[in-house]
Design a protein around this ligand. Structure first.
Ligand code: ADP
Ligand code: MG
Length: 739
């Protein structure tokens, strides 16, 4: 008998090509197939036939590309992609300016949908810089009452809609539709993992109904209700996972950090700056948490440059000035005092360069205390202070086995590192606090891994500069308490951000040349390319980064050294062929100009890089632009950010102006979410939330409902023993999110 877990081949005979296509999508079982949702529903009435186009009309045409070529304008040196699109009624010219990668992205014979304003060129209709169809989700309405139990009477019933599935090599949308309908007809039993009592208050359809409605909707209304159900389903499940985890952590014991014996004020007084009031507030939260023996789970959110490291340093200081005894337990107290070192802190950063930077700033913070600090990364280990008199640096290189021994016996209280910190062979004696910089998630498993044999669980301080909206934070960080650094240190130079028209390009290059002459450095960010196939997308990015670097080297800045950085490069290693190698060359100023994709956005500190050009700026989300710009705000020199846009529509201008004016990244993230949807959210793919789940995040009401439902269910069934299928989904999510 067919079940959800049966392989697709038990339903239908598969051609090799189809098999390969399915494998690529990770679809093997009938269940996988049923969860492959349409990206949209065709509504043929929205197309205009080419023969009927009028000058000045905003229109969408759908047809086949019959011609395509890339050219350079003879005077402007602007690249131009020209083509012809043809439908049954006729054909027309299309042209894109300044989007050289388009000719790689598209090919003759392909069917595309183009939207733009019709103009006349040599008396014939033309579309200039039309937008292309991006696979879009029907949005979950944010205005009507989300959970209304009645079908809204207003809905226009267009009759059966044709679902369109994401384009995949070797598998047509029709094949998906046909096979899925067949699967739905052949399977008797589709049990719902969500209890009816949870669905009912919100009038959400059961799983089986929702599957039928999403794949074969009779109306848009059905499709929308189905999508709501799946969106709710996902947010609800993530909430269960997070809350369950939170409850489990609360049952563990952590070392409590005594504050009355530690002179935190003097430690802070040595800083070369006074704390901002946001830093003081966040520090207070953290210290209060550390004082308790319930493990802290706190997220510190703050824009790049808001000073998270100082908060981390204070928490570290309070911790390592303590010894591992329990209060009110004199016997243990004496025993521990004789045998053991201090409480320990692990501080993890996503890259070797960042870990090294933290190591160096911690040496500054701690050098007067006599406390030892170690650095451990893929390429080796260091220890501060050094006993070697001749050493040029305040630290020495030591062997990893030696360092591990010292960490294991508790002699080194502060250990900074990359992922090398959570390897199996590394054991702490009294790990009390784990500080995690810019990791998207760090949960139960990782903490368990760090804690190892120790009966104590580490407190967790997770830090991030990734601006995300509140609904997403509530969901993916549902297990963490939040502190926000919403204030920048005083005296920081505001970047000068300008939207530059193409005619001023040369002038900007000259202004940059002057700054380069003063020894500053420049980032050039290439436009984002968004196409469904991630592999193709990466390949195009590489092409565009290379091309731009070559152009700059040849035509603009031949006197400077130019490097490139893109996501196809391996991450680790010293060579200039790796991301870390290139960043190091840039940091050491062997490279003056770095041409990069947006991979540069995750945290490196090159204070001397004070200029940034962002090409195709309107293609980025505002919060992503904000993060990119954060790279050049790390010095006392005036930073400059130049935005070039491919489109000069008023809408583009408005958005970019908003970017120039907004106060912080979180404000921009909210604006992005409401204005352009979740596609704009930074690092969206890293959250482990599907597109449909992400879409739900525009709806605070739905997110709150899912949260409350999860809390209520866990109250009556804390370990989900009574809901085994839900429990399975929750564990699957827990594993998925901790890569
Ligand atoms: P981030 O939040 O991006 O990790 P950092 O901790 O790296 O920021 O701090 C950025 C810079 O600001 C550092 O050079 C740091 O010394 C400095 N800084 C931190 N706090 C303050 C403050 N209160 N006043 C002035 N400068 C500060
Ligand atoms: Mg930082």
């Amino acid at each position: 008998m067919l079940t959800l877990h049966s392989p697709i081949s038990s339903l239908i005979r598969l051609k090799d090509q189809t098999k390969a296509g399915l494998a690529k999508l990770g679809i093997t079982t009938i269940s996988d197939l049923l969860y492959h949702f349409p990206s949209r529903y065709a509504d043929i009435s929205t197309y205009t036939s080419i023969a009927h186009l009028q000058e000045g009309q905003e229109a969408t045409v759908r047809g086949r590309l019959t011609k395509l070529e890339a050219k350079k304008g003879w005077k402007s040196k602007m690249t131009m992609t020209q083509g012809v699109i043809e439908d049954v009624s006729g054909s027309m010219r299309i042209v894109w300016f300044n989007q050289p990668y388009l000719s790689n992205m598209l090919s003759v014979g392909q069917v595309v949908e183009l939207t733009g304003k019709v103009s006349l060129y040599q008396n014939k209709p033309t579309l200039t810089n039309p937008s292309m169809r991006q696979e879009k989700i029907i949005s979950i309405d944010t205005h009507d009452s989300l959970f209304s139990s009645q079908t809204s009477g207003e809905s226009i019933d267009t009759g059966p809609l044709t679902p369109i599935y994401p384009e995949t090599k070797g598998i047509s949308s029709e094949w998906f539709h046909h096979t899925i309908m067949r699967a739905l007809a052949s399977i008797e039993n589709i049990p719902d993992h969500i209890p009816p009592a949870v669905l009912k208050p919100y009038s959400l359809p059961t799983l089986k109904t929702a599957l039928i409605w999403i794949h074969g909707p009779k109306s848009k209304d059905d499709a929308q209700k189905a999508r709501k159900r799946f969106a709710f389903d996902e947010i609800f499940t993530i909430n269960l996972a997070r809350q369950k985890e939170r409850n489990e952590i609360k049952e563990k014991t952590a070392y409590s950090v005594a504050l009355d014996t530690v002179d935190i004020d003097s430690f802070v007084a040595r800083f070369p700056f006074p704390l901002t009031s946001a830093q003081t507030k966040a520090t207070t939260h953290v210290l209060e948490d550390l004082e308790r023996d319930v493990p802290m789970s706190r997220l510190l959110e703050g824009d790049v440059g808001s000073g998270k490291t100082a908060v981390a340093a204070i928490a570290t200081y309070a911790t390592v000035m303590n010894r591992p005894f329990k209060k009110n337990s004199p016997a243990e107290k004496t025993h521990d005092k004789q045998t053991y070192g201090n409480l320990q802190v692990a501080y993890m950063a996503p890259t070797e360069i960042l870990a090294t930077q933290h190591f160096e700033s911690f040496i500054e913070f701690f050098k007067h205390t006599g406390i030892s600090i170690a650095l451990i990364t893929g390429s080796g280990a260091r220890k501060f202070p050094t006993k070697v008199a001749s050493s040029q640096t305040p630290w020495t290189t030591i062997s990893k086995p030696q360092l591990k021994k010292w960490i294991a016996n508790g002699e080194i209280p502060i250990v900074i590192g990359t992922h090398a910190l959570i390897q199996k062979s590394l054991e702490f004696k009294h790990l009390t606090l784990a500080i995690i910089d810019e990791q998207h998630r760090f949960g139960l498993q990782q903490r368990k891994g760090l804690a190892k044999k120790d009966a104590h669980y580490p407190h967790l301080l997770s830090m991030t500069a990734t601006p995300i909206p509140r609904t997403l934070a509530l969901t993916v960080y549902g297990d963490l308490d939040l502190s926000v650094l919403d204030e920048m240190p005083v005296g920081r130079k505001r970047p000068q951000t300008q939207i530059i028209p193409e005619t001023k390009r040369e002038a900007v290059y000259e202004a940059i040349r002057a700054e380069l002459g003063l020894g500053r450095q420049l980032y050039v960010i290439c436009p984002r390319i968004d196409i469904p196939d991630p592999e193709k997308q990466k390949a195009l990015q590489v092409t565009s980064v290379r091309a731009e670097a070559e152009r700059l080297a040849r035509d603009v800045f031949p006197e400077y050294s130019i490097g490139i950085l893109h996501s196809k490069m391996p991450t680790k290693g010293n060579s200039s062929e790796t991301k870390e190698g290139v960043m190091r060359d840039f940091a050491e100023k062997n490279i003056d100009i770095l041409v990069a994709t947006s991979v540069v956005e995750v945290g490196v500190n090159v204070p001397n890089a004070t200029m940034m050009i962002i090409e195709g700026a309107e293609r980025f989300g505002l919060s992503q632009l904000h993060q990119l710009r954060g790279r050049i705000m790390r010095s006392s020199h005036q930073p400059y950010c130049y935005l070039f846009a491919e489109s000069n529509s008023p809408k583009t201008k408005d958005r970019l102006t908003y970017f120039i004016k907004a106060k912080n990244g979180f404000e921009l993230a909210e604006y992005d979410l409401q204005l352009r949807g979740t596609g704009e959210l930074t690092g969206r793919r890293q959250w482990g939330v599907s597109d449909i789940g992400m879409e739900a995040l525009r709806n605070l009401q739905l997110v709150e409902a899912a949260r409350q439902s999860a809390t209520a269910l866990l109250k009556s069934d804390p370990h989900l023993d009574m809901h085994p299928s839900l429990s399975n989904r929750v564990s699957a999510i827990q594993h998925l999110h901790f890569e």
